[in-house]
Every structure is written in C-alpha cells, then in structure tokens.
Design a binder for this molecule. Sequence first.
Ligand code: SF4
Length: 446
Amino acid sequence: MSEKTLFPRIGFVSLGCPKALVDSERILTRLRAEGYEISPAYDQADLVVVNTCGFIEEAVAESLEAIGEALDEHGRVIVTGCLGERADRIRKRFPGVLEVTGAHDYEGVMDAVHRHLPPAHDPFTSLVPPEGIRLTPRHYAYLKIAEGCNHKCTFCIIPSLRGPLVSRPVGEVLAEAERLVLAGVRELLVISQDTSAYGADLKYREDDWRGRRFRTRLTDLARGLGELGVWVRLHYVYPYPHVDEVIPLMAEGRILPYLDVPLQHASPRILKLMKRPADAEDTLRRIEFWRRVCPDLVLRSTFIVGFPGETDAEFEQLLDFLREARLDRVGAFKYSPVEGAAANALPDPVPEEVKEKRLAELMALQAEISADKLAARVGRVETVLVDEVGEEGAIARSYGDAPEIDGVVVIEDGQELRPGQFAKVEITASGDHDLWAWPAVQGEDR
Ligand code: SF4
C-alpha cells in the first residue's frame, strides 16, 4: 500500500468510447464506495486498472500501449474492458499483468481488485455521492441505456465482445437521470450500441417512474427524460420507422432536436456487404419527413470509406447521398480491418491511398455543406451551454453540438459566464464547423 495514504489507492486509465467511459465511471463509483482512493499518478497508486477498448486496430494498439506503460511505470496492473475479452493476446504480450477481465464485467474487476488490494474499512470512505463518480465535466453526463447489440455488421466485433442487446428497465434509467440532474447535470447524452432497439429484448416491458407507467422503449424514455428540464441528446439512433415518434418531442422542445444516426454508407451493395439494417432511399425519405415535422433538426452521422470492394461509382453514390441529405454533422473513417470481423474475409481491399483520397473528398464536400448550414444560423439568438470560460471568452455548445465530436460556439466577451450555465447568445459568424457569438441576455434559460 502507498506510504502517503491510509487508504488503498488505485490508478485508473480509461480508454475508448463513451460507452467504455460509462463502464469506467461505474467501476470508479464502486471503488470509491468501498473506500479506495483514486490516484492521478502511477507513483502514488498501489494498483493500476486499465479499462481498454478493442473496437478498431488503432484502439487496440492504444490499449496495448497503455497496458505496457502501466506495467513499466508501476508493475501491478489489472486489465478490463473490450480488449479484456481477448485475454490470451494480452497475457501473451504482457505475462506480468495480474488479472484480465472482460467488457462491463464490474464484478470481475472488483473481485480482482479485492484479491490484489483488499479494501480498508472506514465507514466515511464509503460515502459517495448518490449519482456516483463521473469522468465528464459536472454539467453533462452520458446515460447508458443498454449493453450489447443484436446486429451483425461485418466490420464490427462488438456483438461478439459485448453479447446481444440487454436493455436497462426504463424506471432504472429515468431514476439515474433524475439523480444526475439533482447533482447538477444540465445535459444528458443517451448512448448504447443501438438506441432505436432499446427495450426490444424486454418486449418493451412497462416500468414505474414518478408513480406513472412507462414502456421500456425509446419514445417513452425520451418523454420521461424530457420532463427533467435539461438538455437531452440522442446518440446511435438507427432510422427505424418508430424513430418517427420521437421527432414531435423534438419539435415541442422536450428533447433536443438532434439525432445521431450512424449510416456508414449509401450504396445498397456496400450496405448489404456491411450487413447494415438500412436502405439509403428509405433513409432520405425518412430524413425529409423528420425535417418537415421538426425543421430545426440537426442530423449527425458517421460513414466508412474504402470498405472492401467499394468502387469509384459506389463512393460517388455516397457523395450523392450526402449532397441530397445535407446532414449537419458528419464523421468519416477509413475502413480498417478489426481482428475477428467478418469483413476481413471480403475480397478486393481498397488501396490505402485511394481510401485517403476518398476520405479527403468526402470531408471537403461535407465541410461545404456544414459551412452553408452554419452560415444560415448567423443573426439568430440561440441558447448555448457553456463548457469552459477563460480570459479570451467562453467556449459553449449549441443544441447542434454534442461534446467532443461536433463543433463549438466561441463566445467573445463571454468572460462573465460560468461552465455549466445556459446562456442566450447572438450568432455573429460561422466557419466550416464552429460558430462565433456575443452574449445576448445572460442568465439561466433553456
Ligand atoms: S449496430 Fe453494427 S456497428 Fe453498431 S454495435 Fe451493432 S454490430 Fe456493431
């Protein structure tokens, strides 16, 4: 045990996507609840836990590097998370690792920690805030509504790592959201692997919250979250027909008019090779309908370029789709094989330089679309949520900007604002991805 403290100290390295981040938060909450202290530095820790990501090869490499660094710097390391599902690979490369546990195996990590660093007994250290420990800033939080996925997209190994869809009952999710809001959270980011499928495994079972019945289903969840008086943002929503039901809630201002819809491609043949549950024509019609119901809707999506066998013509189909759909926010990635993914067996890999070229072309087209759409917002007065304040002004986000992945609103003369505050601003200028603004009426206003 560290000489500097009476209580056992854990160094914690958290890698990966927001879903992994939520896992880290849960493990940290359990650790703090049991009296462990969390150490920001290896040399003050008694044990290090590395929560890894195994989604793409780059994430695997980053995770392996983090394990190596923790072993070099400290030596007593427990590995958990998605990459932990491939324990053999980790043990072969790092025989000195104490234990390896898999994705969202909270009990497994805690058991491993107990074995190698038993908890101290002090009732006061067991007191953790009811909302748990979070790694995000105080004013926003990810709300994980389900684990796993029932799809079998050929480029993805998440279903084999995390298993089939397991939804959390809606009453439990709404109660967690309520605790987070009471603790000061102003924006809830709803996440899972496939948010539209929420509740399907539970047959949309009913549950209680605030003395009323809610179905474990996206629309009811959104309606409940919309009662909490904070921003609610939906991520990873596939364009299934029932998603139409949440758009009126956006038009009514109950949840943010923002939808993150991962589409991945637009060519029917490539979508089929990817085993994606979508069709570009249907998606375009659906988008048109959504925009009729909610004209301010901001749509975000992600795409893969250079999927095996993608021809020039199929890539053009993707660009045509983007020209027509005019999505507000787009993230794009070059296809990279993931160990264990079915797509690795597909013929005709696209050469790296072609992937690079296609990625650049897609991003240039999207930058034009994004710049046009942002320019149309200049002159509007909008509510933003302030993330940071410095000497130069403040950095905030509008309803169209999810943290980390979208643009920001730079508020000149925003020094008086404070992080976590909703503020009214007038948009004065726009770029390819960001907006600039002046404070309009300061104060709380959602
Ligand atoms: S929907 Fe597809 S990409 Fe997303 S987690 Fe499931 S299998 Fe992976």
